[in-house]
Design a protein around this ligand. Structure first.
Ligand code: PEP
Ligand code: CO
Length: 451
């Protein structure tokens, strides 16, 4: 294998990159980005890697969630606060159900680039480049909107910095109060046949919090601190390269755009540019694996990306679809085990379950999402493996993008508040209910009947 450098990916076959009409403008933007300070630090990245190593050893659980694609216009106080709020509340429900500490990771502060199935889109005989996320171009179907603009790389970096700045301030302040059930929006519970069970979970969480806080007195210290880490798909390689740095007193290179970049399903070719880029960075990384993944392919990826078998380095996010997971996941779990490797396994029950309605609207059914999740827990349990995380597309807003859930949203409801530019997300209530159903599932699996 040839020597790795932050730019060695440029010698490999690359897919899913925009075609910029003005390469010099792109280079200027890359240079500008490379001069700006990092968004995250190597010690935060290493702290997350250590926590993921514990998740691989069954001691923690990873909750990763956020929008399919962040948009520049969603860089707002209310949207961000609501995202943190739902992730925080879900993490408490999961702590309660799983009896484990939760690692909270947002799909935010940089989730601005999207893979597309086609390079271009045609409407009424007009063909323009596909929308590839706000980091690249605009969703508006006009030649100006769709032409990739390198200045957007700087705008994306800035939006990420604004997002992180606000998140860090919230975490330092009184935000942890949102843990308390007084701040939960629980109206939906009354619409569910499981209302009693849900109420009990929330009451138990309230009791535990009050108990802990009484013990800790005024000095809440660790208890009041809520960490959030950032993640995004490491898709736009020139953008990722520009923030790939060496730091004093540590060896190797870090991607300091984000704590936890992942390789998307479409760019996981072991001989391709994305895998080349990822193999040289010291961050913990995730790989999305779909139903076409084979044992050989997966083991190849692990050999290239984690030759030293470093604890916490690899998270495998399977996204098979509720109808496929039972057939395709078990051989992959066996393959990883027989290679003597320890990874964090995480389930993305969203991307294998997207449907297009006759009117062209993309949706996902709550029951199907839940079915893939439940099967994932069962499959790992039966194989004496451990499902150490979930990866969800969600929002803290009351959107109507996925059907089902306690309120029984149906296809006709979707028009009411469908805001996603890309994939349909769980709304606040559906996301909280998902956490409750996971908690309930684990308790049943472990033979604990209460709650
Ligand atoms: C995504 O996470 O939004 C995505 C595109 O996923 P995948 O690579 O698994 O299809
Ligand atoms: Co998506």
């Amino acid at each position: 294998m040839e020597a790795w450098t932050p730019s060695s990916w440029r010698h490999k076959p690359v897919t899913q990159q925009p075609h910029y009409p003005d390469p010099e403008a792109l280079e200027a933007a890359e240079r500008a980005l490379a001069d700006l300070p990092p968004l995250v630090t190597s010690w935060e990245v290493e702290r997350l890697k250590a926590q993921l190593a514990e998740a691989a050893m069954r001691k923690r659980f990873l909750l990763q969630g956020g929008a399919c694609a962040e948009s520049f216009s969603d860089c707002r106080a209310d949207v961000l606060t609501n995202t943190l709020k739902i992730l925080l509340q879900m993490s408490l429900v999961l702590t309660y159900g799983l009896r484990r500490r939760i690692i909270r990771v947002g799909r935010f502060a940089g989730q601005y680039a999207k893979p597309r199935s086609a390079d271009s889109e045609t409407r009424d005989g007009v063909t323009l480049p596909s929308y590839r996320g706000d980091l690249v171009n605009d969703i508006a179907f006009t030649p100006e909107g769709r032409t990739p603009d390198p200045q957007r790389l700087l705008r994306g970096y800035e939006r990420s910095a604004l997002t992180l700045n606000f998140i860090r301030s919230l975490v330092e302040g009184g935000f942890a109060d949102l843990r308390h059930p007084e701040y939960w929006d629980l109206d939906f519970v009354n619409h569910s046949s499981r209302a009693g069970e849900y109420q009990k979970i929330v009451e138990s969480i309230g009791d535990s919090l009050r108990f802990m806080e009484t013990l800790a007195g005024e000095d809440l210290g660790e208890i009041s601190r809520v960490d959030f880490f950032t993640s995004h798909e490491g898709l736009h390689l020139a953008y990722e390269q520009a923030q790939t740095r060496q730091v004093p007193h540590r060896s190797g290179w870090y991607n300091l755009n984000t704590h936890f970049p992942w390789i998307g399903m479409r760019t996981a070719d072991p001989g391709g540019a994305h895998v080349e880029y990822f193999r040289g960075i010291r961050n913990p990384i995730a790989i999305k694996i779909g139903p076409a993944m084979t044992r050989e392919w997966l083991l190849d990826l692990l050999d290239v990306l984690d030759p030293e078998r470093e604890p916490g380095r690899i998270t495998l996010i399977h996204r098979m679809g509720a109808g496929r997971i039972a057939a395709v996941l078990p051989p992959l779990i066996e393959a990883v085990r027989s290679a003597g490797r320890t990874v964090v396994w995480s389930c993305d029950p969203m991307h294998g379950n997207t449907e297009k309605l006759p009117n062209g609207v993309k949706t996902r059914r709550f029951e199907t999402i839940l079915s893939e999740l439940e099967q994932a827990f069962d499959i790992h349990h039966e194989l004496d493996s451990f499902l150490g995380g979930v990866h969800l597309e969600l929002t803290g807003e009351n959107v109507t993008e996925c059907t089902g859930g306690a309120r029984g949203l149906n296809e006709a409801d979707l028009g009411r508040a469908y805001k996603s530019q890309v994939d349909p997300r769980l709304n606040y209530e559906q996301a909280l209910e998902t956490a409750m159903l996971i908690a309930r599932k684990i308790q049943r699996m472990n033979g604990r009947s209460h709650g």
